[in-house]
Structures are given as structure tokens and as C-alpha cells.
Design a protein around this ligand. Structure first.
Ligand SMILES: Nc1ncnc2c1ncn2[C@@H]1O[C@H](COP(=O)(O)OP(=O)(O)OP(=O)(O)O)[C@@H](O)[C@H]1O
Ligand SMILES: [Mg+2]
Length: 244
């Protein structure tokens, strides 16, 4: 199973929205997808038209407790960031094996330690950044080897882009210049995104012509080939276990 890590060190950037829609796109391309969120207050069910009261099973709960939406096994485990054996358990459960299955992991912004620990095991890390000035000012921290959460497999998706606003347009242009090929997609700000959540509907059903929907589909097309590459752990020292 390929691990696709979705994490941004800043909260509220649209990380969960992007993770949910990457998972949906991967399923459409025929992958067997599990989507796991580590957030304590989880908004993941809303992206699948499920009520906020939906309780998702933990990552190691049995198949009998599975919540499946659009073919995706949805899971939530807020204990994962504090569990020192989390990565080892993922491996033991077969989540990190090679194969056609994909684990999309939505790691909450504050769970930097977990995100860092998972980086070497991930085939791709998608970091969502809003097209806002704070993204520019925080970028050095993001990329910092000590403080940040960043690897050779990290790419950026700009979110909440509004081309009609000079500031977000210019911020996006700066980000493009600074990140170069690391920037693999941009998602436009689209009121249909929160509206779909509020009406407990899939975005694709609520607003099939949504600009953000088209953009996350394009993002998924850019990210999918990255899942074929070896992880950093496989590349650097073949056979070495990166899991304590
Ligand atoms: N492209 C977009 N256009 C408009 N609204 C968006 C867009 N992307 C995300 N949002 C909205 O922004 C809010 C935050 O999104 P989301 O929950 O995905 O962010 P997050 O980074 O996972 O936040 P948290 O740090 O709380 O986990 C939600 O209300 C979501 O609907
Ligand atoms: Mg989130």
C-alpha cells in the first residue's frame, strides 16, 4: 500500500478538503483507498455527505466496523500522534507494503512529530498552502530542516486562490517563483466547497461545475504518478527499517 501524506504545518489551509478529494480521485482511477485522519475534531465525514455525528473507526479496527463511502474506507484515529508504535502498526497491518492499495493520511497541522516520522515512509507528501501572505512568511519555517516537515517527496498545492484579488494573485505568483516544480497544483477559492459541507453533500453532487472540484481533479492527476516512486526509506538505504 502506498502512503500519501497530506500535511501542512499551518491549520485551516484546506488539508482535509484536499486529502478527501485526492482519495476520491484515486478511487476513480481504480485504486483501493483507505483515508485516515488523525484530527481530534474531525471534519472528514462531511466531505462524504455524512453527518458530523458519524464516528469513524480507528486505523486498526476490524473490517466489520468499517465506514465505506464511495468505495473509500474512512478512518479516524486521534490517538495516532501520541502512539510511538503507530508507524510500526501501520506496517504490521500491511498499510506500508507495496501494492495497488493507497493509504491517504490526513495528519492535523499540530501533529508535526507524526508527520515528520511518516515522511520517509510516504511516496508523496502534499502540503496545502493558501494563497495568502502568511504562506510566504511561513515558507522558510516550512522548509527548515529542523523545524519544518519537508522532504524530497514534498510538493505544494496552493489553495483558496482568487485570481480576481490582487493580493492572492501576487502571493500565488511569488509562491510559484519560489517553489518551481514543487508546486504541483492550485485550487481556486470556491464558495461551493463550504456550502457542500453545510448541506451534507458531496461537492461533485452539490456543484458538479465547481471550479475547486476541477482543480483538485487536476491536482490528483499530478500527484498520482508520484505514488509509483520508491519512498525515501526505500531509496536511501534499501532494506533498512525506518520504523523503531
Ligand atoms: N478551495 C476552497 N474554497 C473555499 N473554501 C475552502 C476551500 N478549501 C477549503 N475550504 C474551506 O476551508 C475550511 C477549512 O478547510 P479544511 O477543514 O479542509 O482545512 P484543514 O487544513 O484540514 O483545517 P484543520 O487545520 O482545522 O484540520 C472548510 O470550511 C473548507 O470548506
Ligand atoms: Mg483538517
Amino acid at each position: 500500500m502506498a502512503l500519501l501524506l497530506c500535511h501542512s504545518s499551518k491549520g485551516g489551509t484546506g488539508n482535509t478538503f484536499v486529502a478527501a478529494h485526492l482519495a476520491l480521485a484515486l478511487v476513480e482511477h481504480g485504486a483501493d483507498v483507505t483515508l485516515l485522519s488523525t484530527a481530534a475534531m474531525d471534519s472528514l465525514p462531511l466531505h462524504f455527505g455524512l453527518p458530523p455525528s458519524t464516528r469513524l473507526p480507528g486505523f486498526n479496527a476490524g473490517a466489520d466496523r468499517a465506514v465505506v463511502a464511495s468505495g473509500i474506507s474512512l478512518r479516524n484515529d486521534p490517538r495516532a500522534p501520541a502512539d510511538p508504535d503507530f508507524a510500526a502498526t501501520l506496517r504490521d497491518l500491511g498499510f506500508l507494503d507495496n501494492g495497488d492499495r493507497v493509504l491517504v493520511l490526513d495528519v492535523a497541522a499540530g501533529d508535526l512529530g507524526l508527520a515528520r516520522a511518516l515522511l520517509p515512509l510516504a511516496r508523496a507528501h502534499v502540503c496545502t498552502l493558501p494563497a495568502a501572505p502568511e504562506s510566504l512568511s511561513l515558507l522558510p519555517d516550512y522548509l527548515d530542516i529542523e523545524r519544518g516537515c519537508w522532504s524530497d517527496h514534498s510538493v505544494v498545492a496552493i489553495n483558496m486562490l482568487d485570481e480576481t484579488r490582487k493580493l492572492t494573485r501576487h502571493t500565488a505568483a511569488f509562491l510559484r517563483e519560489l517553489l518551481g516544480a514543487r508546486l504541483v497544483g492550485r485550487v481556486r477559492r470556491d464558495e461551493a466547497v463550504p456550502e457542500a459541507l453545510a448541506s451534507l453533500q458531496y461537492l461533485s453532487r452539490y456543484a458538479p461545475a465547481s471550479a475547486a472540484l476541477a482543480d483538485v481533479a487536476a491536482l490528483a492527476r499530478a500527484v498520482a504518478p508520484m505514488l509509483e516512486r520508491p519512498t525515501l526509506a526505500e531509496q536511501i538505504v534499501p532494506g533498512r527499517s525506518w520504523i523503531a
